[in-house]
Design a protein around this ligand. Structure first.
Ligand code: PEP
Ligand code: MG
Length: 759
């Protein structure tokens, strides 16, 4: 069966130790599966566009790595140039056919070549050939195309890691990701070890082989005891075949070969988890390759056994005790709740192989001022631990084992960045208003206690968004009402008398509480924000009570409701809030009047009901992060579509104008608290649209203030008028770039976090 063959080839290719082995496995297995005589891979050099004969079965192998095909030359060159398959019955009769001497191609007539494409770039060509003149059928063509799409990922990965010479550069392995938080970090990678997955275990050196060996032995012994115990408990309850499994497990654990293979690796300085995972994976693969279906199935058992042992190994210490002084946390999927794992004074950078610039972990990183790259899909996370690394949070790039020249370059970039920040400090206490006297107050977004000092330090006039889920994320259970009251009080007190806008719990999407997991097919279209808390009024009521109590005597609280998509949700939430307020007064708590209540406009339906919503509350606040994702149907957390996420999209701009007009028609103020507010170009548009206040992360504040203080409202209005006529994000971007440069802000374009930079 084709699908079965495909799966098993992909598995084998992925398990290969290096790229040449992977290509080797690939060509042999593809040839066998398709019953052809020849299979080859040609890899393209990105600089010269030449195609190198890189792996083959069936031809003269001596030319592997040597034979070169010029761009556009022959059928192979044509496949690469056209970016589509070529399937010919007899290659000799094709007018593009070129004879490569010495290859041994003479005898082969049927030719099918497909391009290997990764993220729109042609990496090479995969070819099968056969003596008999015949046309490969549709199924065969589909199979080869599927194969090549899978191979593309493997090659891109290898190229990025420098294990393939084609265009790998000069030893500075470079990985492209998405700018997550601006700045440059130079440090040492610490791989986040997430699970008991054999495959995810990073390579790491150990300092004490004897201790590692001891630990390994005791974990094996523990699993052996477990197996024996479970086996005994279940004896008589399981059919004999099933029960025999326990003996198989015990047999494997007693296998001195397996144990000594692991111990040999440990003796060579590898840590026990890594050594064990490697050995087990090799065994899993041996079983997977077996033809006999029964034996093949045993791969599952070996893997399971591996996980059990690993679970014991990982249960001791979750993470290294000592961190490098300049640690860069690297993970397959970093989340907001992982940020607390490294002491903040050691943490200089973050790299996540998945996610995008609008993922919550990136937003948090920006608030903390930690340079971050997201969506570095090709980074070999398990191989980077302990290696030198540079995170370029401006360009969204990661460098592994950087040269001295590269380090010097980034140190200079860093110094320049510091200079700009220092220069901005002079405007800290000056008003946020335009040259023609139009005030545009700047507030901050917070979530961590650490934000408070930084925010006050930057001259914030209030908190426009306190993300209450962050203190929730950093815990092991829901905080009690009293625990919450203390947290909120601290926040309110720190800013009093300045207003603090507290958002009710906004979990779901990419923010899962460790103790309240939500598993859904489409989390961003699912149970999130107000939908969760209306279904759990006990959580909502507890939170609102804690907020109201915390505000007693300070009276600087504002309440904000996330993810409102219709009027009913708002009314239900309002009823609960009024109830809390009444109850607390009945309980004798000395509360002031109800705090101002606002609605977040972050769902398209709320845009078109801005007036109806505004009528029922005191203010509106646009969550542009979600609004952009929902208007453009681009998952904010998916690196694959990150370059479609454009807050400058004309549709987003129109929506923002509708919301501002809707709120004002009801006489209510409107603000924006998404990341767009911290974008230097966006500020020009937002002030002209009539936004009454902008709320952003503390690190953007002075940059934005400098833009506001450097322009006139009348200029902004002129720019908005042009912008609203444009038809694409690229045009809007170009317009704003030009205007900012004319106004003397080209420096900011490089160092601010902005769709201008990251798109
Ligand atoms: C938003 O969606 O723009 C917003 C401010 O909320 P969050 O990023 O926390 O979803
Ligand atoms: Mg949101």
């Amino acid at each position: 069966m084709m699908l079965e063959a495909l799966r098993s080839i992909v598995q084998a290719v992925n398990a290969a130790g290096n790229i040449s082995e992977a290509l080797e496995i690939m060509v042999v297995r593809v040839r066998d599966a398709m019953k052809t005589e020849v299979c080859s891979v040609y890899l393209r050099n990105p600089e010269t566009q030449q195609l190198r004969f890189s792996a083959n079965v069936g031809f003269n192998n001596e030319l592997i790595g040597k034979a070169i095909i010029e761009p556009g030359q022959g059928l192979v060159g044509l496949v690469a140039r056209r970016e589509e398959p070529i399937n010919v019955e007899d290659a000799y009769t094709h007018d593009k056919f070129v004879y490569v001497p010495g290859l041994g191609e003479d005898a082969y007539h049927a030719f099918l070549g497909v391009p290997i494409i990764h993220q729109r770039e042609v990496l090479g060509v995969l070819v099968v050939q056969q003596r008999e003149a015949r046309r490969f059928d549709e199924d065969e063509e589909a199979f080869l195309i599927t194969m090549s799409a899978q191979l593309a990922g493997v090659i891109a990965h290898a190229r990025a890691t420098g294990t393939v010479t084609e265009g790998a550069g000069s030893g500075n392995a470079r990985f492209k990701g998405i700018a997550g938080s601006p700045g440059v970090a130079i440090g040492v990678a610490v791989a986040k070890v997430p699970t008991t997955e054999l495959r995810a275990m990073p390579h790491r050196e150990s300092a004490d082989a004897a201790a590692e060996r001891e630990m390994f032995r005791s974990c094996v012994a523990a699993v052996r005891d477990d197996m024996r115990r479970i086996g005994e408990e279940l004896s008589g309850q399981l059919p004999p075949e099933e029960h025999a499994l326990f003996d198989v497990y015990l047999g494997m654990l007693d296998d001195s070969m397996l144990i000594s293979e692991v111990e040999a690796r440990i003796a060579q300085g590898e840590w026990a988890e890594g050594a064990f995972s490697n050995v087990m994976l090799a065994h899993v693969q041996t079983f997977e390759r077996m033809e006999d279906p029964y034996l093949k199935e045993r791969a599952v058992d070996v893997r399971d056994l591996g996980r059990r042992v690993l679970a014991y190994m990982r249960s001791g210490d979750e993470s290294p005790v000592t961190y490098p002084e300049r640690a860069i946390l690297v993970g397959e999927e970093l989340t907001a709740s992982m940020l607390g794992e490294i002491p903040v004074e050691n943490l200089v950078g973050l790299v996540s192989a998945s996610g995008s610039g609008n993922s919550h972990v990136a937003i948090l990183a920006r608030a903390m001022g930690i340079p971050t790259v997201m969506g570095a899909v090709d980074l070999p996370v398990t191989r980077v631990d302990g290696r030198e690394m540079i995170v370029d949070g401006f360009g969204g790039l990661v460098y592994l084992d950087p040269s001295q020249g590269m380090q010097a370059h980034f140190e200079a970039v860093s110094a320049q960045e510091r200079k700009i920040s220092e220069g901005l400090e002079t405007i800290r206490d000056l008003p946020s208003e335009t040259l023609d006297g139009h005030p545009l107050p700047l507030w901050v977004n917070t979530g961590l206690m650490a934000d408070v000092a930084r925010s006050l330090d930057q001259g914030a006039e209030g908190v426009g968004l306190y993300r209450t889920e962050i203190p929730f994320l950093l815990r092991e259970r829901f905080p009690s009402e009293e625990e919450q009251r203390v947290i909120y009080r601290e926040q309110l007190q720190a800013f009093a008398p300045l207003p603090v806008t507290m958002r009710t719990l906004d979990v779901g999407g990419d923010k899962a509480l460790p103790y309240f997991p939500i598993s859904e097919e489409n989390p961003f279209l699912g149970w999130r924000g107000i939908r969760v808390t209306l279904d759990h009024p006990e959580i909502f009521l507890g939170q609102v009570r804690a907020m109201l109590k915390a505000s007693a005597g300070l009276d600087n609280l504002r309440l904000l409701l996330p993810m409102i998509s219709n009027v009913e949700e708002l009314e239900s939430a309002l009823i609960l809030i009024y109830r809390c307020h009444d109850e607390l007064i009945e309980e004798g708590i000395d509360l002031g009047p109800l705090p101002p209540i606002g609605v977040m406009v972050e769902v398209p339906s709320a845009v078109y009901q801005a007036r109806q919503l505004a009528r029922r509350v005191d203010f509106l606040s646009v969550g542009s992060n979600d609004l952009t994702q929902y208007l453009l149907a681009v998952d904010r957390n998916n690196s694959r579509v990150a370059d479609l996420y454009h807050a400058y999209h004309p549709s987003v701009l129109q929506a923002l104008q509708i919301v501002a007009d809707g709120a004002h028609a009801e006489g209510k103020p409107v603000s924006i608290c998404g990341e767009f507010a911290g974008d230097p170009g966006a500020v020009l548009l937002l002030m002209a649209m009539g936004y009454d206040m902008l709320s952003m992360n503390a690190n953007s504040l002075l940059r934005i203030k400098s833009v506001i203080r450097g322009v006139k409202l009348t200029d902004a209005q002129r720019i908005l008028e042009i912008a609203l006529q444009l038809e694409s994000s690229a045009q809007v971007q170009e317009l704003l770039r030009g205007e900012l440069a004319d106004a003397g802000f080209d420096n900011l374009l490089r160092t601010a976090y902005s769709p201008l930079v990251s798109a």
